[in-house]
Ligand binder design. Sequence first.
Ligand code: ZN
Length: 147
Amino acid sequence: MPILPIIKYPSKVLRQKAKKITDPLDLEVQKLIKNMAETLRVANGMGLAAPQVGKLMRLCIIENENNLYVLVNPKITAKSKKRIILEEGCLSFPKKFLKIERPEEVKVRFLDEKGKQVKIKARGLFARAIQHEIDHLDGKLFIDYKK
Ligand code: ZN
């Protein structure tokens, strides 16, 4: 499977809003998911959003405790009041790490790679990765949180 080039800041692509996916089972989407998974594995990252590989689609993947989560059209439905500071990195910003404050827990709804509706509650690093990757779908980057 081909490794996709990861788009680096300050490319304008990273600032664009991604479009909703109408059919997660579409062959082009399925191929993109596989290629993104391989790209994430090789880059040794925790998460990757489609705009980071130049595809303006609402799709991101997250590796958590050896499970790969594929989030199509994800939406955060709840955030905890409690916020924590964690260090974040981003494959579009090599070697840059920032301490950022965000909600500790989130609930998120999405379609998985089979098109099935999924709802999960995540906390800690996993919740952090979800929030970071969904931001990418709206053209938002972790440097935007810097005080
Ligand atoms: Zn990122």
